[in-house]
Structure formats: structure tokens, C-alpha cells
Design a protein around this ligand. Structure first.
Ligand SMILES: O=CC(=O)O
Length: 334
């Protein structure tokens, strides 16, 4: 069905059904502010397959024109094919890898990403994770909690941030913010990206394995797609070497996670700060006892102040859509 044709079905006076796939943490705020505008169909809180969930809610799939979502749930081909009137998907995230973009483009469905100013928050978190890994802050915290009168300090020393060669993988909005924060610490920045960026003086490496070989730290900030899946493989980790650390604030599947676990367990790299995992919410059990890894629950963009902005932007995007002024696609550059 062509998009213009789909639009003819919109009646602004009706309370519109809004299919919600998340974000579960932000959604209550969004709901409280917009309860009078939509009938919320909270698919994120149901274990049922979507068609059964809609039947249970007594909703005709063809009445749904909009989805609100986050990376916590997939908007797959099956979901899109079940909803013949779907016109717009609003995601609270910068990343759009949880949405089948190819299927969306076949059906003329707009994908709108409303991460607000979260690139700066994610960059703050990347620096936080890096300092934690190098200084072993989380490991030291666990150590101190077990202190007693007869305990000896048996935690090895941390390492300075100053002077570290930092290889940023994906010099988009987040990557640039990471670079901006690390320069004043005395770090030397270099990067890998799909293409060399004009007007950027940091050394560029077209091969990530060469970037790794010349870096003390890799910070992963690029989007996940078929080209970047498992970009950080065993060869790259071995090139980074025993003193090298990895911070991942992009997506878990940028790294071959099995190989990462092996490298961390066998001290083939210094450590890792991970905000994302390959099969969230599953985290490899082997990581739990390790002191050279810092774990964070895909929370790099989640601050209470950031929530408010994302809720407002999502509400604005949906209102624009329901008043027939479709916003344009904004995808993460990397
Ligand atoms: O994961 C968070 C985002 O993509 O914004």
C-alpha cells in the first residue's frame, strides 16, 4: 500500500492505537504525559506473539499506524508484515538495528530516531567505563567490601589514562564526543570509520586491525550492520594485545563475544568495559567472576534528565505524524 494511500485512513479526531515495544523504563513517563492521546498497546509487557496479543486486546492489526520502540525489542519482518497500515516507527534510540529497515523501506514506513542529546551522555559513559577498567574502580569496590582486620591488599595497580592511544571505531556523533572528552586527559586519538572524515586531523585507519595494533584502547561507537557485525574478532583483539582495553557503547555484536570472553579469561587483553552484549539480556556467565571487565546494563544513554527530552521528542514526532506532517529519517552516522 503506498504511503499517501495509507494516510487517507487517518482520522485525527479518534484516539489512535499506539503499539509500544518500549522503552520499558521511559514508557511510564511517556504514558503519563500522553495518556489522553493514544490507546497504548503495551506489547513490551506481554510474552504473547504479537498477533495473539492484539487479539487478546481486541485490536484489529490494520488499525495500527504507529509504533513506539527501543532497542530492547525487535521490530522484525513478521511484525511489519502483520500491520498493513503501519506508517511510522519512532525509536527512542540512536541505533536502529532492532528495526528491519529493508522491510520498512519496501512498505514506505518512516523510521524516526529521537535520541535527543544522548550522544554526549553515551560519550560520558564511555569515558567512565574506560577509567573504571584502567583504574579497576569496580574491582577495587568489591575488594574493599570484603576487607577485614586481617585482609591484605592483593589487588594489582591500575593504569593511567594520560598518554593512552585511543582508537575510536565509528567517528560519528558519539565517537566525536568521546574524542573531545579524552583529548584533555592527554590521550592520542585515532579512528576507523567506513570512510575517512574530511576536516578531521586524527589519524585514520581504513583497517580496524591496524588501528588496534597502534592503540592501547579501542572505543566502539559505530552502528551495528552486516559490515560491522563481529568487526572486533580474535585477530583484532590479539593485535590490541595484552595491555589493550576495549570499551563498547555501540552494540554487543560489534564484538565476537565468545572470543572476547576467551581473551579476557586468558588475559590476552587487559580488560573491557561493556555497556552492551551480543544477546541481551543474556550476559556470558564466565564474565561474572572476572575483575578485568566492567559490566553495565545497556544504560549509557539512560539518565533521568535525558528521559524527559526523549519523551518530549517522541511525543512531538508522533504528533507530527498524526497531523500528517511526516518527519524525515534520521539515522546514526558512524
Ligand atoms: O542504545 C541506545 C541507542 O542506540 O541510542
Amino acid at each position: 500500500m503506498a504511503m499517501a494511500e495509507k494516510h487517507n485512513h487517518i482520522d485525527n479526531k479518534e484516539i489512535q492505537p499506539l503499539l509500544v515495544f518500549g522503552p520499558p523504563l521511559i514508557f511510564p513517563t511517556f504514558e503519563a504525559r500522553n495518556f489522553h492521546k493514544y490507546r497504548f498497546l503495551k506489547a513490551f509487557s506481554s510474552q504473547l506473539p504479537l498477533h495473539q496479543f492484539l487479539t487478546e486486546q481486541n485490536v484489529d492489526p490494520s488499525s495500527i499506524q504507529a509504533i513506539l520502540c527501543s532497542p530492547s525489542q525487535q521490530v522484525s519482518t513478521d511484525v511489519i508484515q502483520l500491520l498493513p497500515s503501519l506508517c511510522v516507527i519512532v525509536t527512542s534510540s540512536a541505533g536502529t538495528d532492532h528495526i528491519d529497515l529493508v522491510e520498512c523501506s519496501h512498505h514506505g514506513i518512516q523510521v524516526v530516531s529521537v535520541p535527543g542529546d544522548q550522544a554526549k551522555d553515551v560519550a560520558d559513559m564511555a569515558v567512565g567505563l574506560l577509567i573504571d577498567v584502567l583504574w579497576k574502580i569496580s574491582a577495587a569496590d568489591r575488594h574493599v567490601r570484603k576487607w577485614g582486620p586481617s585482609m591484605h591488599r592483593n589487588l594489582s595497580f591500575g593504569s593511567k589514562l594520560k598518554g593512552k592511544r585511543v582508537g575510536i571505531v565509528g567517528l560519528g556523533k558519539i565517537g566525536k564526543e568521546v574524542a573531545k572528552r579524552l583529548e584533555p586527559f592527554g590521550c592520542r586519538i585515532m579512528y576507523h570509520s567506513r570512510n575517512q572524515k574530511p576536516f578531521i586531523s586524527y589519524p585514520f585507519y581504513s583497517k580496524v586491525v591496524e588501528l588496534a595494533g597502534n592503540s592501547d584502547v579501542l572505543v566502539l561507537c559505530c552502528p551495528l550492520n552486516e559490515q560491522s557485525r563481529h568487526l572486533i574478532n580474535r585477530e583484532v583483539m590479539l593485535a590490541l594485545g595484552k595491555d589493550g582495553a576495549i570499551v563498547n557503547v555501540g552494540r554487543g555484536a560489534l564484538i565476537d563475544e565468545k572470543e572476547l570472553v576467551r581473551c579476557l579469561m586468558e588475559d590476552e587483553i587487559r580488560g573491557a568495559g561493556l555497556d552492551v552484549f551480543e544477546n541481551e539480556p543474556n550476559v556470558p556467565n564466565e564474565l561474572f567472576p572476572l575483575d578485568n571487565v566492567v559490566l553495565s546494563p545497556h544504560a549509557a544513554s539512560l539518565t533521568s534528565d535525558g528521559f524527559t527530552e526523549v519523551c518530549e521528542l517522541a511525543a512531538e514526532a508522533l504528533e507530527l505524524f498524526f497531523s500528517s506532517k511526516l518527519p524525515s529519517i534520521r539515522l546514526l552516522d558512524g
